[in-house]
Design a protein around this ligand. Structure first.
Ligand SMILES: [Cu+2]
Length: 123
């Protein structure tokens, strides 16, 4: 009986781990709208983008402020192909990247090698 309970607890734990790491997607951060009507979001670059998913509205300017907090050359550029943007991200600086999405959709941003990824969900 004890063995059975232990197995059940183990299965429950495995299920939780699978759910937590693979199935649950973190809620997308919604960009804050400034008084000038710009949708602003602050993104920390450190082994990835945090947050890595942003929700904005079409037809309004977006300003993503990238703050790279690492020396890893992997993340020294951020590319937004759909908007023709390639920005250098000096370490510890805050680099604003501005564009205005006109069409709803998912727009990816990534480092120059495509290893770090994030996306802007335009609705
Ligand atoms: Cu990279």
């Amino acid at each position: 009986m004890t063995v059975f309970i232990v197995n059940l607890a183990g299965l429950g734990l495995i299920g939780w781990i699978v759910w937590f790491f693979w199935l649950s997607s973190p809620a997308a951060a919604t960009a804050a709208v400034s008084t000038a009507g710009v949708q602003e979001a602050f993104i920390v670059v450190k082994g990835g983008y945090s947050p890595d998913t942003l929700r904005v509205e079409a037809g309004r300017p977006v300003r993503l402020m990238f703050n790279r907090q690492e020396a890893d050359p992997c993340s020294e550029k951020v590319i937004l192909d759909d908007f023709g943007i390639a920005a250098d991200l000096p370490q510890d600086a805050i680099v604003p990247v501005e564009f205005t999405p006109t069409e709803p959709g998912d727009y990816e941003f990534a480092c120059q090698m495509g290893m770090l990824r994030g996306k802007v969900i335009v609705t």
